[in-house]
Design a protein around this ligand. Structure first.
Ligand code: MLT
Ligand code: MN
Ligand code: ZN
Length: 295
């Protein structure tokens, strides 16, 4: 199984168009690598690929990855897209895939409904793009030799559908993790997760690779840095640090552990930061655009 991180950033990317925070400024100055928004590409044979989420930067991401270039006059190695939620940073890239090449679009019924309720996604020609509904805990196979089991993780509905008081760590079809299995190896892809209950910690412990929500370092980093008023909890993202944070909760993972969906406010992006030192000491890596994991 080959995993290629097409985009390691959270919504907004790095630098974010309207942000002058330490990390965004460092990226503009060429001091740290920029990051496009959250998408992972997966292949078993190196020829056919499935995208896990479709970020608004997908056009640029496909251009940057030779394995994903067309092999013929028209067509694409991208055979399928699987969505983990309906957030803008995970669905807007579907609009890039509109030029009359078929693929299969997998999402839960809840996320499929978000797409069908938004008529702009009708640009995906229904005679070419098959929308398949996936069911929690029921494995499916988007490529020969690859099995994916979707499962609910704590999360909220997309920002643009929030009412007055959204439930922040709801379990259901709105936010899912994906368990990838191929040739006796496995990986979990969880770009968004609000809390880490015991059952989820258990589920991840023995995996060969875990790609996990690295949105924020501190729950209050946006209010503290003046970049926004929301905490991580309010955004549906568990922080890396703190007693209930992912570093502590996932300290017993056996396999490779990689943070992805990293927000530009996260100080762990700075090579000399205490946050980076802490995650490195705990055996975590931070994904970057183009990072490849072979297992
Ligand atoms: C998130 O991960 O919290 C969302 O991508 C936020 C957004 O929609 O911008
Ligand atoms: Mn996001
Ligand atoms: Zn920023």
């Amino acid at each position: 199984m080959r995993l290629v991180v097409l985009g390691a950033g959270a919504g907004g990317g790095l630098p974010q168009w309207n942000c002058g925070c330490v990390q965004c400024s460092a990226a503009r100055a060429g001091l740290i690598p920029p990051m496009t928004q959250s998408t992972l590409a997966v292949s078993v044979d190196g020829r056919d690929w499935v995208l896990l989420n479709a970020s608004p930067d997908l056009r640029q991401q496909l251009a940057a990855c030779p394995s994903l270039h067309p092999a013929s006059l028209r067509g694409s190695p991208v055979k399928a897209v699987v969505l983990t939620n309906g957030d803008v940073d995970h669905v807007a890239g579907l609009l890039t895939l509109r030029e009359k090449t078929g693929f299969t679009l997998y999402a839960t019924e809840t996320t499929q409904r978000i797409l069908s309720d938004n008529s702009v996604f009708g640009v995906l020609d229904p005679t070419l793009v098959e929308r398949r509904t996936i069911v929690l805990n029921r494995p499916f196979s988007p490529l020969a030799g690859l099995t994916i089991t979707p499962y609910a993780v704590p999360g909220k509905i997309p920002l643009y559908l929030e009412g007055e008081m959204p439930e922040l760590d709801m379990m259901g079809e709105q936010t899912i993790g994906l368990h990838l299995q191929s040739g006796g190896r496995d990986a979990h892809y969880i770009p968004g997760c609000a809390t880490l209950p015991d059952w989820l910690v258990e589920r991840l412990t023995l995996a060969d690779v875990v790609l996990f929500d690295g949105t924020i370092w501190r729950d209050d980093e946006m209010p503290r840095s003046g970049t926004g008023s929301k905490t991580g909890a309010r955004m549906g993202h568990v922080a890396m640090s703190g007693p209930d944070g992912s570093l502590t909760r996932l300290s017993r993972l056996q396999g490779r552990r990689i943070y992805t969906h990293v927000n530009n406010t996260n100080s762990a992006l700075m090579p000399e930061s205490p946050a980076r030192a802490a995650i490195a000491a705990a055996g975590w890596e931070i994904a970057g655009d183009g990072m490849e994991v072979v297992l």
